[in-house]
Design a protein around this ligand. Structure first.
Ligand code: GLN
Length: 409
Protein backbone atom coordinates (compact mmCIF):
# COMPACT_ATOMS: atom_id res chain seq x y z
CA UNK A 1 0.00 0.00 0.00
CA UNK A 2 1.48 3.32 -1.04
CA UNK A 3 1.07 6.12 1.51
CA UNK A 4 2.21 9.71 1.65
CA UNK A 5 4.81 10.94 4.14
CA UNK A 6 3.49 11.43 7.64
CA UNK A 7 4.85 14.97 7.87
CA UNK A 8 2.35 16.14 5.27
CA UNK A 9 -0.61 14.66 7.13
CA UNK A 10 -0.77 17.64 9.49
CA UNK A 11 -1.13 20.05 6.55
CA UNK A 12 -4.25 21.93 5.76
CA UNK A 13 -4.56 22.86 2.14
CA UNK A 14 -3.90 26.54 1.47
CA UNK A 15 -7.32 28.12 1.92
CA UNK A 16 -6.07 31.37 0.39
CA UNK A 17 -5.15 29.68 -2.89
CA UNK A 18 -8.35 27.61 -2.71
CA UNK A 19 -10.48 30.76 -2.48
CA UNK A 20 -8.79 32.12 -5.61
CA UNK A 21 -10.02 29.02 -7.44
CA UNK A 22 -13.50 29.51 -5.96
CA UNK A 23 -13.58 33.16 -7.07
CA UNK A 24 -12.86 32.01 -10.62
CA UNK A 25 -15.60 29.40 -10.43
CA UNK A 26 -18.12 31.98 -9.17
CA UNK A 27 -16.89 34.67 -11.54
CA UNK A 28 -16.55 36.77 -8.40
CA UNK A 29 -14.19 39.60 -7.40
CA UNK A 30 -11.17 37.96 -5.80
CA UNK A 31 -10.45 39.85 -2.60
CA UNK A 32 -9.03 36.63 -1.15
CA UNK A 33 -5.45 36.16 -2.28
CA UNK A 34 -3.08 39.07 -1.74
CA UNK A 35 -1.76 39.94 -5.15
CA UNK A 36 -2.01 43.37 -6.79
CA UNK A 37 -3.75 43.78 -10.16
CA UNK A 38 -1.94 46.97 -11.12
CA UNK A 39 1.21 47.38 -13.20
CA UNK A 40 4.74 47.07 -11.86
CA UNK A 41 7.14 50.07 -12.09
CA UNK A 42 8.51 50.67 -15.59
CA UNK A 43 12.13 50.75 -14.40
CA UNK A 44 11.75 47.22 -13.06
CA UNK A 45 10.10 45.81 -16.18
CA UNK A 46 12.53 47.51 -18.56
CA UNK A 47 15.53 46.16 -16.67
CA UNK A 48 14.16 42.60 -16.72
CA UNK A 49 13.42 42.85 -20.45
CA UNK A 50 16.94 44.16 -21.05
CA UNK A 51 18.35 41.25 -19.08
CA UNK A 52 16.39 38.71 -21.13
CA UNK A 53 17.38 40.40 -24.40
CA UNK A 54 20.96 40.38 -23.13
CA UNK A 55 20.65 36.60 -22.70
CA UNK A 56 20.90 36.52 -18.94
CA UNK A 57 19.19 33.16 -19.10
CA UNK A 58 21.36 30.82 -17.07
CA UNK A 59 21.54 30.21 -13.34
CA UNK A 60 22.65 33.14 -11.28
CA UNK A 61 25.06 32.27 -8.45
CA UNK A 62 22.97 30.09 -6.18
CA UNK A 63 22.79 32.67 -3.37
CA UNK A 64 21.90 35.50 -5.73
CA UNK A 65 23.23 37.68 -8.55
CA UNK A 66 26.16 39.71 -7.28
CA UNK A 67 24.63 42.99 -8.41
CA UNK A 68 21.38 42.39 -6.54
CA UNK A 69 23.18 41.45 -3.33
CA UNK A 70 25.34 44.56 -3.59
CA UNK A 71 22.32 46.81 -4.14
CA UNK A 72 20.52 45.13 -1.25
CA UNK A 73 23.46 45.76 1.07
CA UNK A 74 23.46 49.44 0.09
CA UNK A 75 19.68 49.73 0.42
CA UNK A 76 19.55 48.26 3.94
CA UNK A 77 22.46 50.46 5.03
CA UNK A 78 20.88 53.64 3.68
CA UNK A 79 17.34 52.89 4.78
CA UNK A 80 17.81 51.28 8.17
CA UNK A 81 21.50 51.61 9.02
CA UNK A 82 21.67 47.81 8.85
CA UNK A 83 25.06 46.59 7.71
CA UNK A 84 25.18 43.34 5.74
CA UNK A 85 28.08 41.75 3.86
CA UNK A 86 26.77 40.89 0.38
CA UNK A 87 29.32 38.08 0.07
CA UNK A 88 28.53 36.26 3.28
CA UNK A 89 25.25 37.51 4.74
CA UNK A 90 22.73 37.98 1.92
CA UNK A 91 20.87 35.21 0.08
CA UNK A 92 18.39 35.75 -2.76
CA UNK A 93 15.50 33.25 -2.75
CA UNK A 94 12.36 32.35 -4.67
CA UNK A 95 10.18 34.79 -2.75
CA UNK A 96 9.87 35.32 0.99
CA UNK A 97 8.01 32.00 1.06
CA UNK A 98 11.13 30.04 0.18
CA UNK A 99 13.19 32.28 2.43
CA UNK A 100 11.05 31.33 5.44
CA UNK A 101 11.03 27.58 4.83
CA UNK A 102 14.75 27.45 3.92
CA UNK A 103 15.55 29.35 7.13
CA UNK A 104 13.50 27.07 9.35
CA UNK A 105 14.88 23.91 7.71
CA UNK A 106 18.42 25.20 8.15
CA UNK A 107 18.17 26.47 11.70
CA UNK A 108 15.47 24.60 13.63
CA UNK A 109 15.89 21.11 15.08
CA UNK A 110 13.15 18.48 15.32
CA UNK A 111 11.13 19.04 18.48
CA UNK A 112 12.12 22.71 18.82
CA UNK A 113 9.38 25.21 19.54
CA UNK A 114 8.75 28.14 17.24
CA UNK A 115 6.57 31.01 18.47
CA UNK A 116 4.07 32.30 15.92
CA UNK A 117 1.63 35.18 16.37
CA UNK A 118 -2.02 34.29 15.86
CA UNK A 119 -3.84 35.07 13.59
CA UNK A 120 -0.95 34.18 11.28
CA UNK A 121 -0.23 33.95 7.57
CA UNK A 122 -1.21 30.38 6.79
CA UNK A 123 2.20 29.23 5.45
CA UNK A 124 3.87 29.47 8.87
CA UNK A 125 1.96 26.40 10.14
CA UNK A 126 3.18 24.00 7.40
CA UNK A 127 6.62 25.66 7.52
CA UNK A 128 7.07 24.62 11.14
CA UNK A 129 5.67 21.15 10.42
CA UNK A 130 8.13 20.65 7.53
CA UNK A 131 10.91 21.63 9.92
CA UNK A 132 9.57 19.05 12.43
CA UNK A 133 9.12 21.86 14.91
CA UNK A 134 6.19 22.66 17.17
CA UNK A 135 4.38 25.98 16.68
CA UNK A 136 3.46 27.84 19.89
CA UNK A 137 0.83 30.51 19.32
CA UNK A 138 0.58 33.94 20.93
CA UNK A 139 -2.30 36.31 20.07
CA UNK A 140 -1.64 39.44 18.00
CA UNK A 141 -4.99 40.95 17.19
CA UNK A 142 -6.00 43.90 14.99
CA UNK A 143 -5.79 47.19 16.90
CA UNK A 144 -4.55 45.53 20.11
CA UNK A 145 -1.11 45.74 21.72
CA UNK A 146 0.92 42.57 21.94
CA UNK A 147 0.20 40.84 25.27
CA UNK A 148 3.73 40.83 26.65
CA UNK A 149 2.90 38.62 29.64
CA UNK A 150 1.51 35.94 27.34
CA UNK A 151 4.47 36.28 25.05
CA UNK A 152 6.87 35.84 27.96
CA UNK A 153 4.94 32.78 29.14
CA UNK A 154 5.24 31.22 25.67
CA UNK A 155 9.05 31.12 25.82
CA UNK A 156 10.41 27.84 27.22
CA UNK A 157 13.82 26.15 27.22
CA UNK A 158 12.75 24.49 23.94
CA UNK A 159 12.03 27.80 22.16
CA UNK A 160 14.35 28.04 19.20
CA UNK A 161 12.82 30.91 17.26
CA UNK A 162 10.03 33.43 16.99
CA UNK A 163 8.48 34.39 13.67
CA UNK A 164 7.96 38.15 13.56
CA UNK A 165 5.75 39.39 10.73
CA UNK A 166 5.44 43.18 10.81
CA UNK A 167 3.52 44.86 9.19
CA UNK A 168 1.41 41.83 9.86
CA UNK A 169 -0.78 39.69 7.63
CA UNK A 170 -3.69 39.40 8.46
CA UNK A 171 -3.93 41.58 11.61
CA UNK A 172 -2.58 44.78 10.03
CA UNK A 173 -0.58 45.46 13.21
CA UNK A 174 2.73 47.27 12.93
CA UNK A 175 4.82 46.35 15.96
CA UNK A 176 6.18 49.44 17.71
CA UNK A 177 9.62 49.88 19.19
CA UNK A 178 8.62 48.91 22.72
CA UNK A 179 6.97 45.69 21.51
CA UNK A 180 10.03 44.84 19.43
CA UNK A 181 12.28 45.58 22.41
CA UNK A 182 10.22 43.21 24.54
CA UNK A 183 10.64 40.51 21.88
CA UNK A 184 14.35 41.30 21.78
CA UNK A 185 14.70 40.93 25.55
CA UNK A 186 12.99 37.53 25.47
CA UNK A 187 15.09 36.32 22.52
CA UNK A 188 18.29 37.34 24.29
CA UNK A 189 17.26 35.83 27.64
CA UNK A 190 16.23 32.54 26.03
CA UNK A 191 18.95 32.52 23.39
CA UNK A 192 16.32 32.32 20.63
CA UNK A 193 16.38 33.46 17.00
CA UNK A 194 14.03 36.00 15.43
CA UNK A 195 12.94 35.03 11.92
CA UNK A 196 11.20 38.02 10.38
CA UNK A 197 8.81 38.39 7.48
CA UNK A 198 9.07 42.05 6.46
CA UNK A 199 7.49 41.70 3.04
CA UNK A 200 5.06 44.60 3.77
CA UNK A 201 7.82 46.94 5.04
CA UNK A 202 6.80 49.74 2.64
CA UNK A 203 3.04 49.33 2.99
CA UNK A 204 2.49 51.24 6.18
CA UNK A 205 -0.08 53.88 7.24
CA UNK A 206 0.87 54.75 10.80
CA UNK A 207 3.92 54.09 12.89
CA UNK A 208 7.20 53.13 11.27
CA UNK A 209 8.78 49.92 10.11
CA UNK A 210 11.62 48.92 12.41
CA UNK A 211 13.58 45.82 11.38
CA UNK A 212 14.16 43.99 14.67
CA UNK A 213 17.73 43.27 13.46
CA UNK A 214 18.52 46.96 14.06
CA UNK A 215 17.85 46.71 17.81
CA UNK A 216 20.99 46.29 19.95
CA UNK A 217 21.63 42.61 20.60
CA UNK A 218 19.52 41.38 17.68
CA UNK A 219 21.73 41.56 14.60
CA UNK A 220 23.50 38.32 15.53
CA UNK A 221 20.26 36.42 16.19
CA UNK A 222 17.96 37.76 13.48
CA UNK A 223 17.15 36.35 10.08
CA UNK A 224 15.65 39.29 8.17
CA UNK A 225 13.39 38.24 5.30
CA UNK A 226 11.79 40.46 2.69
CA UNK A 227 11.33 40.58 -1.05
CA UNK A 228 10.17 42.36 -4.18
CA UNK A 229 6.67 40.85 -4.43
CA UNK A 230 4.64 43.45 -2.54
CA UNK A 231 6.88 46.50 -2.83
CA UNK A 232 7.08 46.29 -6.62
CA UNK A 233 3.75 44.49 -7.20
CA UNK A 234 5.39 41.42 -8.75
CA UNK A 235 4.18 38.47 -6.67
CA UNK A 236 4.72 36.11 -9.62
CA UNK A 237 8.39 36.98 -10.09
CA UNK A 238 9.39 35.11 -6.94
CA UNK A 239 12.28 37.27 -5.80
CA UNK A 240 12.89 37.35 -2.07
CA UNK A 241 15.95 37.68 0.16
CA UNK A 242 17.45 36.88 3.51
CA UNK A 243 19.92 38.81 5.61
CA UNK A 244 21.50 36.77 8.39
CA UNK A 245 24.83 36.39 10.20
CA UNK A 246 27.45 34.56 8.12
CA UNK A 247 27.38 31.24 10.05
CA UNK A 248 23.59 31.07 9.82
CA UNK A 249 23.69 32.15 6.18
CA UNK A 250 26.08 29.27 5.38
CA UNK A 251 23.45 26.72 6.45
CA UNK A 252 20.55 28.62 4.87
CA UNK A 253 22.38 28.87 1.54
CA UNK A 254 22.90 25.10 1.44
CA UNK A 255 19.21 24.42 2.01
CA UNK A 256 18.28 27.08 -0.54
CA UNK A 257 20.67 25.61 -3.11
CA UNK A 258 19.25 22.10 -2.79
CA UNK A 259 15.65 23.33 -2.76
CA UNK A 260 15.67 25.66 -5.75
CA UNK A 261 19.27 26.28 -6.97
CA UNK A 262 18.35 29.92 -7.38
CA UNK A 263 15.81 32.61 -8.13
CA UNK A 264 15.10 33.66 -11.76
CA UNK A 265 18.28 35.31 -13.06
CA UNK A 266 16.88 38.05 -15.38
CA UNK A 267 14.29 39.05 -12.80
CA UNK A 268 17.01 39.50 -10.20
CA UNK A 269 18.52 42.06 -12.58
CA UNK A 270 15.18 43.86 -12.80
CA UNK A 271 14.86 44.06 -9.04
CA UNK A 272 18.46 45.26 -8.68
CA UNK A 273 17.74 48.13 -11.09
CA UNK A 274 14.48 49.07 -9.40
CA UNK A 275 16.10 49.12 -5.96
CA UNK A 276 18.90 51.27 -7.33
CA UNK A 277 16.75 53.68 -9.30
CA UNK A 278 13.45 54.26 -7.52
CA UNK A 279 13.55 57.19 -5.14
CA UNK A 280 11.72 57.85 -1.87
CA UNK A 281 8.80 59.30 -3.83
CA UNK A 282 8.00 55.85 -5.18
CA UNK A 283 7.77 54.30 -1.72
CA UNK A 284 5.74 57.23 -0.35
CA UNK A 285 3.32 56.94 -3.25
CA UNK A 286 2.99 53.19 -2.70
CA UNK A 287 1.84 53.66 0.89
CA UNK A 288 -0.30 56.66 -0.05
CA UNK A 289 -2.14 54.73 -2.76
CA UNK A 290 -2.76 51.81 -0.43
CA UNK A 291 -4.15 54.11 2.27
CA UNK A 292 -6.84 55.37 -0.13
CA UNK A 293 -7.72 51.78 -1.11
CA UNK A 294 -7.89 50.76 2.52
CA UNK A 295 -10.31 53.56 3.34
CA UNK A 296 -12.47 52.78 0.31
CA UNK A 297 -12.86 49.12 1.24
CA UNK A 298 -13.23 49.66 4.95
CA UNK A 299 -15.94 52.29 4.41
CA UNK A 300 -17.95 49.81 2.37
CA UNK A 301 -17.43 47.00 4.88
CA UNK A 302 -18.65 49.23 7.70
CA UNK A 303 -21.67 50.40 5.69
CA UNK A 304 -22.50 46.77 4.89
CA UNK A 305 -22.50 45.81 8.58
CA UNK A 306 -19.04 44.26 9.06
CA UNK A 307 -16.95 45.22 12.08
CA UNK A 308 -13.25 45.79 11.52
CA UNK A 309 -10.24 47.72 12.75
CA UNK A 310 -8.39 49.92 10.30
CA UNK A 311 -5.01 48.24 9.63
CA UNK A 312 -1.79 50.18 10.30
CA UNK A 313 0.08 48.30 7.62
CA UNK A 314 -0.06 45.56 4.93
CA UNK A 315 -3.13 45.30 2.69
CA UNK A 316 -5.66 43.16 4.51
CA UNK A 317 -8.78 43.79 6.57
CA UNK A 318 -9.99 41.13 9.00
CA UNK A 319 -13.73 41.73 9.34
CA UNK A 320 -16.30 40.31 11.75
CA UNK A 321 -19.47 39.32 9.89
CA UNK A 322 -21.66 38.40 12.92
CA UNK A 323 -24.20 41.15 12.20
CA UNK A 324 -24.69 39.78 8.65
CA UNK A 325 -24.91 36.13 9.50
CA UNK A 326 -28.70 36.09 9.64
CA UNK A 327 -29.04 37.77 6.25
CA UNK A 328 -26.56 35.30 4.81
CA UNK A 329 -28.24 32.25 6.28
CA UNK A 330 -31.71 33.45 5.22
CA UNK A 331 -32.88 33.37 8.83
CA UNK A 332 -31.43 29.90 9.48
CA UNK A 333 -28.70 29.02 12.00
CA UNK A 334 -25.66 31.32 11.93
CA UNK A 335 -23.07 30.52 9.28
CA UNK A 336 -19.46 29.73 10.12
CA UNK A 337 -16.66 31.59 8.37
CA UNK A 338 -16.30 29.13 5.50
CA UNK A 339 -20.03 29.01 4.75
CA UNK A 340 -20.19 32.81 4.96
CA UNK A 341 -17.19 33.26 2.64
CA UNK A 342 -18.71 30.88 0.08
CA UNK A 343 -22.08 32.66 0.36
CA UNK A 344 -20.45 36.06 -0.14
CA UNK A 345 -18.52 34.75 -3.13
CA UNK A 346 -21.52 33.12 -4.79
CA UNK A 347 -24.34 35.49 -3.89
CA UNK A 348 -22.64 38.88 -3.61
CA UNK A 349 -19.76 38.35 -6.02
CA UNK A 350 -16.97 39.26 -3.60
CA UNK A 351 -14.62 36.49 -2.39
CA UNK A 352 -12.82 36.77 0.97
CA UNK A 353 -10.77 34.17 2.91
CA UNK A 354 -12.45 32.39 5.87
CA UNK A 355 -10.94 33.70 9.12
CA UNK A 356 -10.24 30.29 10.65
CA UNK A 357 -7.45 29.64 8.13
CA UNK A 358 -5.37 32.21 10.04
CA UNK A 359 -5.83 30.39 13.35
CA UNK A 360 -4.70 27.00 14.62
CA UNK A 361 -6.92 24.00 13.83
CA UNK A 362 -10.04 24.23 15.98
CA UNK A 363 -9.04 27.74 17.07
CA UNK A 364 -10.58 31.16 16.45
CA UNK A 365 -11.67 33.11 13.41
CA UNK A 366 -15.10 31.51 13.02
CA UNK A 367 -16.86 34.88 12.75
CA UNK A 368 -14.13 36.51 10.65
CA UNK A 369 -13.29 36.81 6.98
CA UNK A 370 -10.24 38.52 5.44
CA UNK A 371 -10.43 40.93 2.49
CA UNK A 372 -7.49 42.29 0.49
CA UNK A 373 -7.40 45.83 -0.88
CA UNK A 374 -4.41 45.49 -3.22
CA UNK A 375 -6.67 46.15 -6.22
CA UNK A 376 -7.29 49.05 -8.57
CA UNK A 377 -9.97 51.54 -7.66
CA UNK A 378 -12.46 50.23 -10.25
CA UNK A 379 -12.35 46.75 -8.71
CA UNK A 380 -12.62 48.08 -5.16
CA UNK A 381 -15.45 50.46 -6.11
CA UNK A 382 -17.39 47.60 -7.65
CA UNK A 383 -16.69 45.41 -4.60
CA UNK A 384 -17.87 48.29 -2.40
CA UNK A 385 -21.08 48.61 -4.42
CA UNK A 386 -21.80 44.90 -4.09
CA UNK A 387 -21.01 44.83 -0.37
CA UNK A 388 -23.26 47.83 0.29
CA UNK A 389 -26.08 46.02 -1.51
CA UNK A 390 -26.10 43.16 1.00
CA UNK A 391 -28.64 44.67 3.39
CA UNK A 392 -30.88 45.80 0.56
CA UNK A 393 -32.36 42.76 -1.06
CA UNK A 394 -30.25 40.15 0.75
CA UNK A 395 -27.23 39.85 -1.48
CA UNK A 396 -28.64 39.34 -4.92
CA UNK A 397 -25.79 38.66 -7.18
CA UNK A 398 -25.14 41.35 -9.79
CA UNK A 399 -23.60 38.77 -12.11
CA UNK A 400 -24.30 40.61 -15.31
CA UNK A 401 -22.68 43.77 -14.09
CA UNK A 402 -19.66 41.74 -13.10
CA UNK A 403 -19.34 40.12 -16.46
CA UNK A 404 -19.98 43.33 -18.37
CA UNK A 405 -17.47 45.39 -16.49
CA UNK A 406 -14.75 42.83 -17.13
CA UNK A 407 -13.48 43.16 -13.60
CA UNK A 408 -12.54 39.54 -13.14
CA UNK A 409 -8.82 39.28 -13.04
N1 GLN B 1 0.52 36.71 1.14
C1 GLN B 1 -0.64 36.71 0.29
C2 GLN B 1 -1.88 36.40 1.08
O1 GLN B 1 -1.83 36.24 2.27
C3 GLN B 1 -0.48 35.74 -0.84
C4 GLN B 1 -0.46 34.35 -0.35
C5 GLN B 1 -0.05 33.38 -1.36
O2 GLN B 1 -0.90 32.73 -1.90
N2 GLN B 1 1.23 33.25 -1.58
O3 GLN B 1 -2.94 36.36 0.50
Amino acid sequence: MLTTARRTHGFRESVIRGMTRLAREHNSLNLAQGFPNFPAPEALKEAAVRAIRGDINQYAITWGAHRLRTVLARTYMQRYGLEADPEREITVTCGATEAMIATLLALVNPGDEVIVFEPFYENYGPDTILADARPVYVPLEPGRPLDLARLAAAFTPRTRAIVVNTPSNPSGRVLDRSELEAIRDLCVTHDALAVTDEIYEHIIYSGEHIPIATLPGMRERTITISGASKTFSVTGWRIGWIIAPAELTDAIRKVHDFLTVGAPAPLQEGVADALGQLDEGFYRQLAHGYRARRDLLQGALTDAGFRSVSPDGAYYILADFSALSETASGGGPPLDDTAFAVWLSREVGVTPVPGSSFFREGGGGRSLVRFVFCKTEDVLAEAARRLRSIGRGGGQRPVEAATRSGLQR
